[in-house]
Design a protein around this ligand. Structure first.
Ligand code: HEM
Length: 501
């Protein structure tokens, strides 16, 4: 190229870069300004002031504990955080209205789907309207089938027998401290990957580094959730545009997840999928689009991984603090499994007979729900049954964690761990889904509820029958890390002892 033309081209391209980045930065500052104006960051009401200055930290370990305190005081069970444009409620009538009666007005909405869009794509968690209806129908048909439930149960019992119990026996013999939360996260990831993809990441082998897939998936879900924590989406969007910092890492992690997911889909297509029992193979019978298949399955990984690990972690925290509950569970297991050898696991039918265990698991989920709150975005102006006005675009949140601590729902002992509250004459009696919203309710109720309960009960029976687990710091009040699912900050160090029969 002519040297003059080349220098003209270089100077034009640097002018263009300068204009482009200058415009991007100015536009971002303007967007930030508009966002701040919309947020009404100057609101001086007591709740907003306490939120903005973080003064609530003086009295509460977790944000969810402060919200619980405010919601307990509110006569309607609803509060408004003006600076976040967020209405938070624990009022069961409001919740039924949002999730069922006026469901169409409370979709997940764009703010939510943008945050998780790069990871989840068009997966069921991230969509509304017709695409959601279609996927929901397909997924509920698959998850409702007896054959998939049997398949899930086989995978769970296999992982407990061949991985979890040997690991606990090994640690108990050495009297080492173990991070129980980490073990349950690895266990549930192995399990949900086999169930969804037919892939075994082998995470529960503690002597091996975490598989590339598990590490990438962890990073991708953590960084996606952190997008929701920045004061304005403009910040992460700008970082994404420039591919810098956490957004660069997120992009790399998602590419790794995609690479592995597509490799599995292509391999399955080549070798045939009709005899495989995992979810991906089942969906492949009716869907050909690889991107869509990837999106569907990734949502299931997210749904079934951290939720189960979180539920099991808090269950064992509570058992460690309440040995009296643990011994009733042990008595029940012994009476139902009298003629079952100690190294055998409980069958489906045996678990159905364990009413007290079922009650203890529900009670633990009530106090420590794996999903602590759930938000929708109002499409149009509306009024909730308790009279709260909801302006179009307002984030409307129902708070599972706070709900489990409301005297008006559970009685004056709402803060106590009492499995008996779920029993009538020794038989488990379920609570209304609008009081016990741990698995969501209404049209988008969790599709994996039964599977999750079977998994939690199977682990509980196998572990409680053979081991005694004590949290190293028994007075520890759980502090949660911010994220999509409740995770105990710093993990859960425990000491495990084998029970000699
Ligand atoms: C203790 C364990 C679990 C808890 C507490 C739980 C809780 C929830 C909650 C609160 C939602 C609503 C989420 C939202 O609207 O943003 C949900 C939805 C969902 N859950 Fe679960 N879940 C658990 C386990 C599972 C498992 C194991 C699976 C599947 C293998 C699963 C599959 C789903 C699916 C597909 C949805 C989306 C439903 C829809 O949008 O129509 N969940 N779950």
């Amino acid at each position: 190229m002519d040297p003059d033309a080349s220098s003209w081209f270089r100077s034009m391209s640097s002018t263009f870069s300068f204009l482009f980045f200058g415009f991007t930065i100015l536009f971002s500052i303007f967007a930030l300004f508009l966002y701040v104006v919309r947020l009404r960051l100057w609101c001086s009401c007591e709740i907003c002031r306490s939120y903005v200055t973080s003064s609530w930290r003086k009295d509460f370990a977790n944000l969810c504990d402060w919200y619980t305190h405010l919601l307990r005081k509110s006569p309607t069970g609803t509060i408004h955080l003006h600076v976040l444009n967020n209405i938070i409620t624990v009022n069961p009538e409001n919740i039924e209205y949002m999730l069922k009666t006026n469901f169409e007005n409370y979709p997940k909405g764009k703010p939510f789907s943008t945050v998780l869009g790069d990871l989840l794509g068009r997966g069921i968690f991230n969509i509304d309207g017709h695409p959601w209806k279609f996927q929901r129908k397909m997924a509920s048909m698959e998850l409702g089938s007896v054959s998939i439930r049997m398949f899930a149960f086989e995978l769970i019992t296999d992982d407990i027998r061949s991985r979890l119990i040997p690991l606990f026996s090994l640690i108990a013999g050495k009297e080492e401290v173990l991070d129980l939360q980490d073990v349950f996260r690895r266990f549930s990831f192995d399990n949900i990957c086999k169930f969804s993809f037919g892939l075994d990441p082998g995470c529960l082998n503690l002597s091996q580094p975490m598989s590339k897939f598990a590490t990438a998936f962890d990073t991708a879900s953590k960084l996606s959730a952190e997008r929701a924590l920045v004061p304005t989406p403009v910040i992460w969007k700008l970082k994404r545009l420039l591919s810098i910092g956490s957004e660069k890492k997120l992009k790399e992690a998602i590419s790794m997840v995609n690479e592995l997911a597509y490799a599995i889909i292509e391999e399955r297509k080549r070798t045939g999928f009709s005899t495989n029992k995992d979810l991906l193979s089942r969906f492949m019978a009716s869907i050909d689009d690889h991107k869509y298949l990837r999106d569907i399955v990734i949502s299931f990984l997210l749904a079934g991984r951290d939720t189960i690990a979180s539920g099991l972690t808090s269950f064992f925290i509570l058992l460690s603090q309440h040995p009296e509950v643990e011994s009733v569970i042990r008595q029940e297991i012994d009476s139902v499994m009298t003629s079952t050898p100690c190294d055998d696991l409980a069958s489906f039918e045996q678990m159905r007979e364990m009413h007290y265990l079922n009650a203890a698991i529900h009670e633990s989920l009530r106090l420590y729900p794996p999903v602590q709150f759930d938000s929708k975005f109002a499409q149009e102006d509306d009024v909730l049954p308790d009279g709260s006005f909801v302006k179009r675009g307002t984030r409307t949140t129902y708070h599972q964690y706070a709900m489990g601590r409301m005297d008006r729902i559970w009685g004056q002992d709402s803060h106590e761990f009492k499995p008996e509250r779920w029993l009538k004459n020794g038989v488990f009696v379920p609570e209304s889904l609008y009081n016990f919203t741990v698995f969501h309710a209404g049209f988008r109720v969790c599709l994996g509820k039964e599977m999750a309960l079977v998994e939690m009960k199977s682990v509980a029976v196998a572990v409680v029958r053979r081991f005694s687990i004590r949290v190293a710091d028994s007075k520890q009040v759980p502090r949660f890390s911010p994220g999509l699912t409740a995770t105990v900050s710093g993990g859960l160090p425990v000491v495990i002892q084998e029970i000699k029969n």
